[in-house]
Design a protein around this ligand. Structure first.
Ligand code: NAI
Ligand code: AKG
Length: 423
């Protein structure tokens, strides 16, 4: 299985999952399959040591990464994750999924991702700021508004982006708003970016439901992960008539067969940091999340959640991937056998990077759009991209994931071919 000396993926690990997705698309690439090997290796991977002085006076070292999987269609683009389980292999896979996602919605970017192996909940704000600034300086040699543009991902947000933008700007001696997206509005952030990924999950989900004949009104929805992506997707599904029956986050799993009250739950989570203990729902065992009968299941937390064993138990019609890489190859095979449709991450959660692109364009032109303009353009791009992927899936009789990869990899490899190889 290992195709590179510096990682040891397994079949269902993130990079192993990505490689199996590339294997699946290869037969649909025609003469471009000659170039497919470029997709099986990252262009560039940087590992950095991040030493900081903690509040108690001791020195701690953290491991950070920035991987640029592809720069063929434009600058690298993709988020930065803070999590204790972050590894080089995971960041490689996340960066590769950015290449595919950006091409699937036809944004003029390659793909990149970054991360720091740490638990931000154990750090004070001051320590978090130090880690962020040091990490930004260390990766400063490969990022920049026309080179690679980070953004928020798990456990990072507008504040982290503000520190990154400020550090990079200090180092280059000029304010560089375009170096990161997902910034606070006063620093050149875009209206609509915070909600964009969750909004996109809803918009793409609604399109898929329409095609599959699933009524939005009363549809039973379960959501794993109630952070930026999961909470906003859940709110939009509920606002459009669906019933959010089950929500799981890192604190626990709650269930209400009549539908959870989203306004109350959002307020509760904002105050308490998690869903555990929410009144108006029963608490169920975490593993039972996978047994709840639903019409739509939205994994919106981490990779590798839908394993073979869980896929056997899932009772739903549509899996809508808010998270990156939530379904393992073994899990996906079982879902396919059972006739459960999967709308893949590379289109379902592409709303965030699409509005990041709008933010980058607005920063370059110093001309800012209204939220209505942003949402209109976002919906149009996602609906158009999903239509193309759906039609490709019907044309070749292939799953939506392979169809999305066919559209995206064709764009990347066409660009690769036209650029040529020689320096
Ligand atoms: N923020 C963004 O714009 C985008 C995020 N994504 C992906 O969406 C997913 C979620 O990201 P965000 O919402 O931004 O992160 P977040 O940090 O805002 O929220 C993460 C959520 O996952 C939950 N979670 C963590 N570990 C869990 C576990 N073991 N079991 C159940 N729940 C768990 C947390 O409690 C939290 O509710 C990730 O896969 C990320 O890569 C994809 C596209 C864009
Ligand atoms: O907004 C961005 O640039 C990237 C978001 C991201 O990391 C993702 O789509 O997974």
């Amino acid at each position: 299985m290992p195709n590179l000396s510096f990682v040891s993926p397994t079949r269902n690990s993130p990079w192993g999952t990505y490689l199996s997705q590339i294997d699946a698309v290869e037969p649909y690439l025609g003469h471009l399959s000659r170039w497919v090997e470029t997709l099986r290796r990252p262009k560039r991977a940087l590992i950095v040591d991040i030493p900081i002085e903690l509040d108690n006076g001791t020195v701690a070292h953290y491991e950070g990464y920035r991987v640029q999987h592809s720069l063929t269609r434009g600058p690298g683009k993709g988020g930065v994750r803070y999590h204790p389980d972050v590894t080089l292999e995971e960041v490689m896979a996340l960066s590769a999924w950015m290449t595919i996602k950006n091409a699937a919605v036809n944004l003029p970017y390659g793909g990149a991702k970054g991360g720091i192996r740490l638990d931000p909940k154990t750090l004070s704000m001051k320590e978090l700021e130090k880690v962020t600034r040091r990490y930004t300086s260390e990766i400063g040699i490969i990022i920049g508004p026309t080179q690679d543009i980070p953004a928020p991902d798990v456990n990072t947000n507008g504040q982290i982006m503000a520190w990154m933008m400020d550090t990079y700007s200090m180092n280059v001696g000029a304010t560089a708003t375009g170096v990161v997206t997902g910034k606070p509005i006063p620093l050149g952030g875009s209206l609509g970016r915070v909600a964009a990924t969750g909004r996109g999950v809803f918009v793409v989900g609604r399109e898929a439901m329409r095609r599959l004949g699933i009524d939005m009104e009363g549809a039973r929805v379960a959501v794993q992960g109630f952070g930026n992506v999961g909470s906003i997707a859940a709110k939009m599904f509920a606002a459009n008539g669906a019933k959010i029956v089950t929500v799981q986050d890192h604190t626990g799993t709650i269930h209400n067969d009549n539908g959870l009250d989203m306004a109350d739950l959002l307020q509760y989570v904002a105050l308490r940091g998690g869903v555990e203990g929410f009144k108006g729902a029963e608490t169920i065992a975490n593993e039972n999340f996978w047994d709840v009968k639903t019409d739509v299941l939205i994994p919106a937390a981490l990779e590798g959640q839908i394993t073979d064993a869980r896929a056997q138990r899932i009772s739903t019609r549509l899996v809508l991937e808010g998270a990156n890489g939530p379904t393992t190859p073994d899990g996906e095979a079982v879902l396919a056998d059972r006739g459960i449709v999967v709308v893949p991450d590379v289109i379902a959660n592409a709303g965030g990077v699409t509005v990041s692109y709008f933010e980058w364009v607005q920063d370059f032109s110093s001309f800012f759009w209204t939220e209505d303009e942003i949402n209109l353009r976002l919906d149009k791009i996602l609906i158009g991209a999903f239509k193309g992927i759906w039609e490709t899936s019907e044309q070749h009789k292939i799953p939506l994931r392979t169809a999305a990869f066919t559209v995206a990899c064709t764009r990347v490899l066409q660009a690769r071919e036209e650029r040529g190889l020689y320096p």
